[in-house]
Design a protein around this ligand. Structure first.
Ligand code: PRP
Ligand code: URA
Ligand code: MG
Length: 210
C-alpha cells in the first residue's frame, strides 16, 4: 500500500463497518452507525491538527494549555452519500465550514457527472476533508479532488468507509499529495462497478431510496 493511504485499524471502526455491511441493517441503523463510524474516523483524521499553548486560568492558578491553532477546516461531502458522514465529523469540530460537491456515476460508463458545487470562499486557507463512504472506481473522488484543487484548496484529505483496490490506486496515483483514509479495502469491483463484498449502494442505504 502507498504511503499516503491509511487504513483505519481501530476495532470499534471495524466492528461498526461489519454492522452496516449486513443486508439486515435497516435505514435507521445504517444512518446512525455510519454517523458513528464517521465520528471515529474524524478523530483519527484530525490527529495531526496543530495546537499552540495558550494562557488559561484554572480556579487555582494560571497555566499554559494546548488549543487548536492554524488551519481552519472544511468538511466537503460528495453528494449524496457523503452527507451521511458530515454530522459525525461536525460533532468533533462544530465550527467547521461545510462545502458540497454533487456527483453521480453514469450507470453505463461509470464516469462521474458533476451537478452541484458550493465551497467556502476561503477554501485555500482550510484543511479540506472530503468525505464519501464509497471509493469504487475512484472516478468520483478523483474528480472531486480535482475540483477542490481548482478552487484553490492546498491541503486535502479524503475519507471513505469502504474502498476497492482499483479506486485507492487511481486516487493515490492521480493525487499523491493528499492523504487517503479507508475503513477497509475490499476484494474487487463487479461488472457494474460495485464493491465486493461491500455494502451495496451507500446512498440508497443511507436515504432508504431502494
Ligand atoms: O468511485 P466511483 O466509481 O466513482 O463510485 C463511488 C461513488 O458512487 C456513489 O455515489 P452514486 O453515484 O451512487 O451517487 P449517490 O451518492 O447519489 O447515490 C458513492 O457515494 C461515490 O460517490
Ligand atoms: O459499491 C458501491 C460502489 C459505488 N457506490 C456505492 O454506493 N456502492
Ligand atoms: Mg448511490
Amino acid at each position: 500500500m502507498r504511503d499516503n493511504v491509511i487504513i483505519f485499524d481501530h476495532p470499534l471502526i471495524q466492528h461498526k463497518i461489519s454492522l452496516i455491511r449486513s443486508k439486515d441493517c435497516g435505514t435507521r441503523e445504517f444512518r446512525t452507525v455510519a454517523g458513528e463510524i464517521s465520528m471515529l474516523m474524524g478523530y483519527e483524521v484530525m490527529r495531526d491538527l496543530e495546537t499552540e499553548l495558550v494562557e488559561i486560568e484554572t480556579p487555582l492558578e494560571k497555566m499554559k494549555g494546548p488549543m487548536l491553532k492554524g488551519k481552519k477546516l472544511a468538511i466537503v461531502p460528495i453528494l449524496r452519500a457523503g452527507l451521511g458522514m458530515v454530522d459525525g465529523m461536525l460533532s468533533l469540530v462544530p465550527s467547521a465550514k461545510v462545502g458540497h460537491v454533487g456527483m453521480y456515476r453514469d450507470e453505463e460508463t461509470l464516469e462521474p457527472k458533476e451537478y452541484y458545487c458550493k465551497l467556502p470562499e476561503d477554501i485555500s486557507q482550510r484543511l479540506v476533508i472530503i468525505v464519501d463512504p464509497m471509493l469504487a472506481t475512484g472516478g468520483s473522488a478523483d474528480a472531486a479532488v480535482d475540483f477542490v484543487k481548482k478552487q484553490g484548496a492546498e491541503q486535502i484529505k479524503f475519507v471513505s468507509i469502504l474502498a476497492a483496490p482499483e479506486g485507492v490506486e487511481r486516487l493515490a496515483q492521480a493525487h499523491p499529495d493528499i492523504s487517503i483514509y479507508c475503513g477497509a479495502v475490499d476484494r474487487e469491483l463487479n461488472e457494474h462497478g460495485y464493491i465486493l463484498p461491500g455494502l451495496g449502494d451507500a446512498g440508497d442505504r443511507i436515504f432508504g431510496t431502494k
